[in-house]
Design a protein around this ligand. Sequence first.
Ligand SMILES: Nc1ccn([C@@H]2O[C@H](COP(=O)(O)OP(=O)(O)OP(=O)(O)O)[C@@H](O)[C@H]2O)c(=O)n1
Ligand SMILES: C[C@](O)(CO)[C@H](O)COP(=O)(O)O
Length: 250
Amino acid sequence: MSDVSPPSPTPARTAAVIPAAGRGVRLGPGAPKALRALNGTPMLIHALRALAASRAVSLVVVVAPPDGAAEVKSLLDAHALPERTDFLVVPGGESRQESVKLGLDALPPEYDIVLVHDAARPLVPVDTVDAVIEAVREGAVAVVPALPLADTVKEVEPAAVPGDPEPVVATPQRARLRAVQTPQGFDRATLVRAHETVTENVTDDASMVEQLGETVVTVPGHEEAFKVTRPLDLVLAEAVLARRRLNDGF
Ligand SMILES: Nc1ccn([C@@H]2O[C@H](COP(=O)(O)OP(=O)(O)OP(=O)(O)O)[C@@H](O)[C@H]2O)c(=O)n1
Ligand SMILES: C[C@](O)(CO)[C@H](O)COP(=O)(O)O
């Protein structure tokens, strides 16, 4: 009997797609949201560094504003990024869903696990990224970081005219609700099938996988993985960066 143990299987390779093609209408007038600065550095660069901080992520596909791929490529060249990670830039589409699909189409064949991460969540901690990857490696086909809600949520009959009173139709049990973040992690084949199958517009990739009848699971999210959506979020993001600098002793 040989005492040589069989070689352990090669871990699945992980790539990330960062949709960064949005305009940032809710943030107000200015450059596309992903290119706006947080403490002097574009939000997209913060998001790239956050994902590339995971040793498991070896490729990041950035989905740039449709007419902004050249500008995004120059931005990447102008900022220090980890050398062990490869970066690709492709032009995006009209909706987040379309942009993610364009990013997926650009992925080389050797990647089995795909993360989809909003450029608008620039401060996600690496432990959250790694927890998502680990859950996919362990066999989940779709994984989302999730947090319990602080507010009570009402379902309403949306008003025809914004600002008019809206009748409340239900109050879902808060203990069963979660706010989900990114990166969302997927078995690549499942995510590709979801994007080929679901035609209705949805707000996250995991819900497309749900529509295939596949199980989506959660891992704990993180309060610093919040999405920069409105002007106040910029204030919070800069405060988080200031706290990190203090904690790091800078
Ligand atoms: N056509 C689009 C729209 C959105 N996104 C990306 O999807 C992520 C989440 O979208 P959101 O926060 O809604 O960004 P915006 O669409 O830019 O914001 P808004 O809806 O306020 O315009 C962002 O990183 C955004 O750049 C994208 O790649 N392509
Ligand atoms: C994907 C997402 O960040 C999960 O919470 C969110 O649904 C994106 O929504 P947006 O309106 O496109 O920002």
